[in-house]
Design a protein around this ligand. Structure first.
Ligand code: NAP
Length: 247
């Protein structure tokens, strides 16, 4: 058996909200695997420029485009620009999202709507705009869901509901867009990204996790890379990457 050191060579990936954290890690792994990569950012222009520099070191095409994923026109323009710069889109990773901790009774209408706008409307809008390009290439969509979309977290009603909707959107799109496009989701659990303020919480959650640790960016990247290159026959799946915490 031969292994391809650059399994995404010749493919193009679009990752939303990838100037930092998990999105950045996904984009870098895709470039390392040989893909041309477009990232989007909203506020993090400086970080996005730095990521483009890092991507280009892997000898691939790289670009960053500003996009608010809640804005239909902005999304359409961004997708058009990415497809024209990279010559098409093979894999879309809907990563951009927001997270918030608010007691149930204190969630305002604005907070509820903003959460659904970025976390649920966003992936819908970007996916819909990317369809013509993904269809041409027999492409793939990978949505970033959450363990919070599979399990109820009392102080995250808006976030959990928005991610549960993303999981259902994944399944609906898998059916609606077959056989040309495969659609799957990765649902991260507790992921350690080096935030000092979260250290105590991570330690507590690690004890409750069967695998006895928090997840890492590498754990999530591995799952996204799998769906980015997996057989097209694998579609409509929501893969929890949570060390067994959700069991
Ligand atoms: N980290 C975790 O432990 C964890 C756990 C479960 C699920 N997830 C999911 O995994 C994905 C990545 O997680 P993360 O923690 O790395 O994400 P994050 O840092 O919370 O957000 C990623 C990026 O989303 C962008 N964004 C937010 N609203 C946007 C909008 N309206 N338009 C465009 N971009 C917008 C921001 O871009 P700018 O900075 O450029 O504004 C932000 O940098 C998310 O979908 C998240 O819900 C993460």
């Amino acid at each position: 058996m031969t292994t391809n050191a650059r399994p995404l060579s010749g493919r193009t990936l679009l990752v939303t909200g990838a100037a930092k954290r998990l999105g950045r890690a996904i984009a870098l792994a895709a470039a390392e695997n040989g893909a041309d990569v477009a990232i989007t950012y909203r506020d993090s222009a400086r970080e996005a420029r730095a990521v483009v520099g890092e991507l280009a070191r892997h000898d691939v095409q790289a670009l960053a485009v500003r996009c608010d994923v809640t804005d239909e026109k902005n999304v359409q323009e961004m997708v058009k620009e990415v497809a024209s710069e990279l010559g098409g889109i093979d894999v879309l990773v809907n990563n951009a999202a927001n997270y918030d901790t608010v007691e149930f009774e204190k969630i305002t209408l604005a907070q509820w709507d903003a959460m659904f706008a970025s976390n649920t409307r966003g992936p819908f809008l970007v996916s819909r705009a990317a369809l013509p390009y993904l269809r041409k290439r027999r492409g793939r969509i990978v949505n970033m869901g959450s363990l919070g979309g599979l399990r109820p977290w009392a102080t995250h009603a808006h976030y959990c509901s928005s991610k549960a909707a993303v999981h259902m959107l994944t399944k609906v799109m898998a059916k609606a867009l077959a056989p040309r496009i495969a659609v799957n989701a990765v649902a991260p659990g507790m992921i350690e990204l080096g935030e000092k303020s979260a250290a105590a919480f991570m330690k507590k959650m690690s004890k409750q996790t069967p695998m006895q640790r928090a997840g890492t960016a590498a754990d999530i990247v591995a799952a996204v890379m799998f769906f980015a290159a997996s057989p097209h026959f694998i579609t409509g799946q929501v893969l929890a990457v949570d060390g067994g915490l959700g069991l």
